[in-house]
Design a binder for this molecule. Structure first.
Ligand SMILES: NC(=O)c1ccc[n+]([C@@H]2O[C@H](COP(=O)([O-])OP(=O)(O)OC[C@H]3O[C@@H](n4cnc5c(N)ncnc54)[C@H](OP(=O)(O)O)[C@@H]3O)[C@@H](O)[C@H]2O)c1
Length: 203
């Protein structure tokens, strides 16, 4: 699904959101769903080539919001985006890379050694970056856990643009801690081409 030899890698988004697309409150997740977190761990860790690993790209605040015992996310290259030079992200850790922009991260991941060692690239939030990079041209697929909750949130993701992505997989509902949720995957529509006047034409 990802472009290995392109100048920039493409990526898949993996997030969980409430009905209103709420993803966070007070720098935490608005729920306690260990099995949902395990799904996230599995999707972002799994590789078909055991010699490779995946990359997870996240905003600096999402890095800081990840509990210390889970970061860096094991068995993945953790790419943290920040515009600042003074941060407390450990740059001496082989599993952590700091980048100044999404574009520079995707370019770096398209070059050796990462073009050989990184199988898939996942973008995992948070809200500030999702505003620009969910539904973006380099986003091949969106794994969205739809959490059937209406709770206060201070961080949101955009809705999946169904003109650009079509539903590809939807799980049966799961109930955990009294909360119902579904795993959904949307993939980028291949049946869209740009017409001569720049309009999207659907076949
Ligand atoms: N439910 C989910 O699936 C999910 C997933 C992830 C996060 N979350 C939640 O989301 C919240 C955090 O999200 P957030 O929106 O506050 O922050 P965020 O998007 O994780 O991080 C924002 C930070 O990223 C850096 N950044 C933003 N745009 C950038 C760019 N174009 N280039 C380089 N760096 C850039 C900046 O860091 P500097 O200020 O250092 O420059 C900015 O302050 C938390 O509540 C977390 O729990 C939920």
């Amino acid at each position: 699904m990802e472009a290995q030899n392109a100048q920039r890698r493409s990526y898949q988004v993996v997030i969980a959101a409430t009905r209103d697309m709420g993803i966070g409150i007070d720098m935490k997740l608005p729920w306690d769903l260990p099995n949902e977190f395990q799904f996230f761990q599995d999707v972002t860790s799994r590789t078909s080539d055991p010699r490779k690993r995946n990359a997870t790209i996240m905003g600096r605040k999402s890095w800081e919001a990840t509990p210390l015992e889970f970061r860096p996310l094991p068995d993945r290259l953790n790419v943290v985006l920040t515009r600042s030079n003074c941060h407390s992200i450990p740059t001496d850790d082989d599993n952590v890379m700091v980048c100044g922009s999404m574009e520079s991260a995707l370019e770096l991941l398209a070059k050796p050694p990462y073009s050989f060692s990184i199988e898939k690239v996942f973008f995992i939030g948070g809200g500030e970056l999702l505003r620009h990079y969910m539904n973006a041209p380099s986003c091949d697929a969106i794994h969205l856990t739809e959490v059937d909750l209406t709770v206060p949130c201070d961080t949101f993701a955009p809705r999946v643009d169904t003109c650009l992505y079509h539903p590809w997989y939807s799980s049966l509902p799961v109930v955990e801690n009294g909360i119902r949720y579904c795993f959904n995957t949307y993939v980028r529509r291949k049946d869209l081409i740009f017409g001569s006047v720049g309009k999207i034409t659907q076949y």
